[in-house]
Design a protein around this ligand. Sequence first.
Ligand SMILES: Nc1ncnc2c1ncn2[C@@H]1O[C@H](COP(=O)(O)OP(=O)(O)OP(=O)(O)O)[C@@H](O)[C@H]1O
Length: 344
Amino acid sequence: MGFDREEILSSTAGGDELQIEAALRPKRLSEFIGQGRVREQLSLVLESALRRQSPPDHVLMSGSPGLGKTTLAMIIAAELNAPLRITSGPALERAGDLAAILSTLAEGEVLFIDEIHRMARPAEEMLYLAMEDFRVDIVVGKGPGATAIPLDIAPFTLVGATTRAGLLPAPLRDRFGFTAHMDFYETPELEQVLRRSAKLLGVGLPDDGAHEIARRSRGTPRIANRLLRRVRDFADVRADGVIDRDIAAAALNLYEVDGEGLDRLDRAVLGALLKKFGGGPVGLSTLAVAVGEEPETVEVVAEPFLVRQGLLARTPRGRVATAAAWVHLGMTPPPDAFGASLFE
Ligand SMILES: Nc1ncnc2c1ncn2[C@@H]1O[C@H](COP(=O)(O)OP(=O)(O)OP(=O)(O)O)[C@@H](O)[C@H]1O
């Protein structure tokens, strides 16, 4: 499969989680689990580009952190047999930062810009022209005497990733020929991710253990892999190394991941919403201050999963806890709680 178990095991010894994460990444589209529709659409886009022998359309991927956007960008380059350049929105502060990258791209190269919604405005405007005409305008001089010198660049494919597609300006969004929205994964898909990772890590993971970790992984492969490593530590020290359902449940309880996969931040958000604001509605920034986090962390990391679990609703007046949230935290929902009729 192109994976080197030694590579993974030795990086475990060094304790380098990032290296393990990299080693667990699927390298080809056929190894990528779940996201069936995105995979099928992407495989058509790539296949036809290969037949035409020209770079495919630019690709935009949106979705919560850890769902596989970086992995897919790497796969796109691998399937096209093309080199890959990786950067991120916050690193592109000035147009010159982007010009330096664009002007040195090889023909057909894949340029991956993570967190593309955080790119500075001048770089964004330079990108429009580059995406459309494979050209950049290098501005020389300042003020009224400034002149733009056009420079042709090699045809390339931009792969952009964002956790917040809504923040992308329309002119940028419209220049992507293919947009993929990544959804949270279903439990059986995460079981597959876990079985594959366990094999690569040489960990014994029976089906009931895989199921227990998968259902607590917030629909996210990165979290599934992270929990697998924590549970493996527990199994090595407190059991014979095999991760069955009971071992997985005991380890995850210890790490404060509850039965529905809510972690400490998720529970802090719900707890504040219920106990400090009577279930809401409350504004995002007030809620974030109450849990001591940045609004963006609450909005991007905690909320999408809580919404998906039916525990929190975003309304025009603010965030509201549903009746299910009260029940989840062991409290009785007030009669007027959002969705209370479901519990009658
Ligand atoms: N479909 C998948 N099949 C198997 N493993 C996956 C899949 N998607 C992601 N993973 C695993 O999850 C980890 C995180 O994926 P990745 O870094 O691609 O997420 P991401 O969406 O780019 O996150 P972020 O936006 O936070 O960087 C990877 O190490 C990879 O091993």
